[in-house]
Design a protein. Structure first.
Length: 108
């Protein structure tokens, strides 16, 4: 006696062996809630995460803008002062500068 352990897909066909009751998954959550005695609380308005991110970005910009603005102004002020000093020194003759330093030297 020979037994055939191989199953052919042609014999099974396209028929599904299992069936799910209608609206089973639509009502699944509510049935589980009833079984465990869960009572939902009134829904609160929850801000979406993108609103928190937007608020964080706005706060960061508001806090960091004065820091960068002040730093760039200080650099500009220092550069302007250095440029002015270089300009003034370029307009004065070297002999006048030497006379100024020699005459202002403290006497020993």
């Amino acid at each position: 006696m020979e037994t055939n352990n191989k199953i052919s897909l042609d014999k099974i066909g396209k028929e599904l062996p299992f069936a799910v009751p209608e609206n089973y998954f639509e009502q699944f959550a509510s049935r589980i809630d009833e079984q465990i005695g869960y009572k939902s609380s009134p829904k609160k308005k929850i801000l979406r995460p993108w609103m928190y991110m937007a608020a964080a970005v706005f706060t960061g910009i508001a806090v960091l803008t004065p820091v960068f603005y002040t730093t760039s102004n200080q650099r500009t002020a220092i550069q302007t002062t250095e440029n002015y000093e270089s300009y003034v020194l370029s307009q004065v003759d070297e002999t006048v500068l030497l006379d100024c330093y020699v005459n202002d030297a403290p006497a020993k």
